[in-house]
Ligand binder design. Structure first.
Ligand code: IPM
Ligand code: MG
Length: 356
């Protein structure tokens, strides 16, 4: 089993180090190899996703990824910005299925900005299509408008598009996932306005016929954004396109009050995967030893489960995380009165110690 370790920028470096500690404590045989990615790779090699990093990721069974991005790279041309590393990995590895669970841990119910009763026990799985839609659709660019409201003016454009196989395969991922949970899928679209998402809705419905045991409903994205804060527990599995999934998954993550707790997985058709925390690189707190490593540690658990076929080890990590929360240990992002504040390294060490 080979794992590519790509810490990236900002707090990525600190939190990945803790996840690696936890993985090493499991006594499993992995080969781990670390490489630069994002702004750190740009600074060293002039590109956010150097060929050597991409090769390592392709050869590995799984990639453990920290985070990329820093304000100091905001002025670079788009192709050289840190974010291009993650987009390039998704595209080159064909990581079309993105799993973003939003789980509210019992001890952290009060960390949410929503009333505790609305989110206690929350367990939603957002499945975001990750290699299509307006993110990757061609053509895109800048030009002089020949029509529209201002012919002759400068304009920019992107293309929203989805093919039938792209929708079918992500729909199947969602129905299969729902079968292992509460057997409900909500497909989020904008079929009332967009041709692409009427097509999406039609195809998800077709695929749904193969899963009569799973209840399927459809929701417009604006309504879904509203229902997520109104009655989040109504959802089980949410499946949607790349852009809507980007937005809704941040919203769902924040419902739990602690984006520092949420892992994610991005898989391709061979179950090769990239695992990363749902949060970003947080350059404002980088290097201070206060970042929450739990989302990355839990991403390691997802990696063991989905790509490395080590369910038992995955559960050990998840149980250890619950244990440290029960012990009252909290990084500043999830701290509340009556609990014990710890730093990044102390939290990682506590999880290692809690492994049984
Ligand atoms: C995410 C991020 C990325 C995205 C950025 C960093 C390109 O927001 O993983 O959700 O938009 O997909
Ligand atoms: Mg996002």
């Amino acid at each position: 089993m080979k794992i590519a370790i790509l810490p990236g920028d900002g707090i990525g470096v600190e939190i990945v180090a803790e996840a690696v500690k936890v993985l090493k404590a499991l006594d499993l045989k992995f080969e781990m190899e670390t490489a630069l990615v994002g702004g750190a790779a740009y600074a060293a090699h002039g590109h956010p996703l150097p060929e050597s990093t991409l090769e390592l990721a392709k050869q590995a069974d799984a990639v453990l990824f920290g985070a990329v991005g820093d304000w100091k790279y905001d002025k670079l041309e788009r192709a050289l910005r840190p974010e291009q590393a993650i987009l390039g990995l998704r595209k080159n590895l064909g990581l079309f299925a993105n799993f973003r669970p939003a789980i509210c841990y019992e001890q952290l119910t009060h960390a949410s900005s929503l009333k505790p009763e609305l989110i206690a026990g929350l367990d939603i799985l957002i499945i975001r299509e990750l290699t299509g839609d307006i993110y990757f659709g061609q053509p895109r660019g800048r030009r002089t408008a020949v029509d529209g409201h201002f012919p002759g003016a400068d304009e920019a454009f992107d293309t929203m598009r989805y093919s039938r196989p792209e929708i079918e395969r992500i729909a199947r991922v969602a129905f299969e996932a729902a079968r292992k949970r509460n057997k409900r899928v909500t497909s989020v679209d904008k079929a009332n306005v967009l041709e692409t998402f009427q097509f999406w809705k039609d195809i998800v419905s077709e695929v749904g016929k193969d899963y009569p045991d799973v209840a399927l409903d459809h929701m417009y994205v604006d309504n879904a954004a509203m229902q997520l804060v109104k009655e989040p527990k109504k959802f089980d599995v949410v499946v949607t396109g790349n852009m809507f999934g980007d937005i809704l998954s941040d919203e769902a993550a924040m419902l739990t009050g602690s984006i520092g707790m949420l892992p994610s997985a991005s898989l391709n058709a061979n179950n090769q995967g990239l695992y990363e925390p749902s949060h970003g690189s947080a350059p404002d707190i980088a290097g201070k030893g206060v970042a929450n490593p739990l989302a990355t540690i839990l991403s390691g658990a997802m990696m063991l489960r989905f790509s490395l076929n080590q369910e038992e080890a995955a559960r050990r990590i998840e149980a250890a995380v619950k244990k440290v929360l029960a012990q009252g240990l909290r990084t500043p992002d999830i701290w509340s009165e009556g609990t014990t504040q710890v730093g990044t390294q102390e939290m990682g060490a506590a999880v290692v110690k809690a492994l049984v």
